[in-house]
Design a binder for this molecule. Structure first.
Ligand SMILES: [Zn+2]
Length: 275
């Protein structure tokens, strides 16, 4: 993959309409490089729509990823809820592949009071089944569990990297804002590079050549993330993060999830380019 591309989580606010296709067109007009399609409230796009998306994105050279529905918990108590969660991942991957997206991102699970190791084993089991199904379908989209911002949510950096080490077809979605909110630290050049080094050690240099990153400003409490903020209204040290990404020659997609979407995506891109 060529370099690091910047874009928005969902259609930019300044797009003509909220549609995915208008979003992709606006991303190109703004001079950004990628967009994450938000299926967070459900996968409502059909195959025909997805083919149009793929055509548009390919024609104007915009890279895509997709975010699976929020209603996923691979550590649910009820087997039917686990099956429904697996189905939402499969459905997102299916439509994302037709869209020409390279990756899908999802929120893995809640601990529900379980010890982290117990939740980890449950997640690993049901995610393993999902990955086998995708393999049978010959779907090659990268499946990316996200680093999460709340203490009640499965998804520390360690847990996500452990899963990626153990399961084939899995790659991380590193949300640096979430990790800062969750840890209360990890907000300096040195801490950001320590995560990059950890990824390199655990998953190899190839992982740094194919990264998927979420960034935003963020507000947090003792329980972790409370809400996303615009970068300049938050304490998040985005310049230090960008410098770390540049120094380690990280390649892939950086998706901005600040409330102002394209404004901060452009701020990140401009800042990165002037480093
Ligand atoms: Zn997310």
């Amino acid at each position: 993959m060529a370099g690091l591309l910047f874009g928005t989580g969902g259609t930019p606010h300044s797009a003509k309409t909220a549609s995915t296709i208008d979003g992709i067109k606006r991303i190109a007009e703004l001079g950004l490089g990628c967009m994450e399609i938000e299926f967070v409230q459900g996968v409502k796009m059909g195959e025909a729509g997805a083919r149009l998306v793929a055509e548009t994105a390919a024609r104007i050279g915009i890279k895509l990823s997709a975010h699976a529905p929020y209603f996923i918990n691979l550590n649910a108590r009820e087997p039917e809820k686990i099956r429904a969660s697996q189905y939402r991942i499969l459905q997102t991957a299916h439509i994302a592949a037709i869209c020409g997206a390279q990756s899908i991102v999802f929120h893995t699970a809640f601990y529900l009071g379980d010890p982290p190791e117990k939740a980890y084993n449950a997640v690993k089991q049901s995610l393993g089944e999902t990955l086998s199904q995708l393999k049978r379908e010959n779907n090659r989209v990268w499946i990316r569990p996200e680093v999460m911002g709340k203490l009640s949510q499965f998804g520390t950096v360690e847990e996500i990297l452990d899963l990626c080490t153990e399961l084939e077809g899995l790659a991380p979605c590193i949300d640096f804002a979430h990790w800062h909110a969750r840890s209360g630290i990890f907000n300096s050049y040195q801490e950001f590079t320590s995560i990059l080094l950890q990824i390199k050690e655990r998953l190899g240099t190839a992982a740094l050549d194919n990264m998927h990153i979420h960034v935003s400003g963020i507000a947090y409490s003792k329980k972790g993330e409370t809400k996303h903020l615009n970068l300049k209204e938050s304490d998040f040290q985005y310049k230090e993060l960008l410098k770390a990404l540049k120094d380690y020659d990280v390649k892939g997609l950086v998706i901005c999830e600040s409330p102002n979407l394209e404004e901060d995506a452009l701020l990140l891109q401009v800042t990165y380019n002037t480093l």
